[in-house]
Design a protein. Structure first.
Length: 138
């Protein structure tokens, strides 16, 4: 049986994750440290590819690196018969943060709309948008 291994550049190509980001994830312990070749080159395998794909998808959901690390640790420590309540709690906390952010963005949208509607659209010297951004008023 042949064990698949590849260099960091190939891992980057396979996962769509930049080389610098892969190294960063290793540094912070999010990605397991790969074994080294006799020439001291990192040798990545399917485990690393799968982990990076997981991280990339989790980041697309807006999860923090801390939460992703928590999820990976849960997965690594869990037995197959254990419930996923801890992962559910993390997902629920993230959903609550998303809902708070939606409320904040909705308020921001209304503020911007008022600022745009108040602009007379004449000369830049009388632009209420620029004035509001300089003065913090709306």
């Amino acid at each position: 049986m042949t064990i698949e291994s590849f260099a960091i550049g190939r891992l980057s190509e396979l996962t769509g994750v930049k080389v610098t980001t892969i190294r960063y994830y290793e540094t912070i312990g999010l990605l397991p440290e790969p074994p080294r070749s006799a020439g001291n080159r990192r040798l990545y395998g399917s485990r690393h590819r799968d982990c990076l794909s997981f991280i990339r998808r989790a980041r697309n959901f807006g999860l923090s690196l801390e939460t992703i690390g928590d999820l990976l640790r849960l997965e690594g420590a869990a037995g197959h018969g254990q419930p996923c309540t801890a992962a559910t709690r993390l997902a629920e906390a993230h959903l609550e943060a998303i809902e708070r952010r939606i409320v904040e963005l909705t308020a921001l949208k209304a503020r911007f709309r008022r600022m745009i509607d108040a602009c007379p659209g004449q000369q830049i010297a009388s632009c209420t948008i620029l004035k509001a951004l300089h003065e913090g008023s709306e």
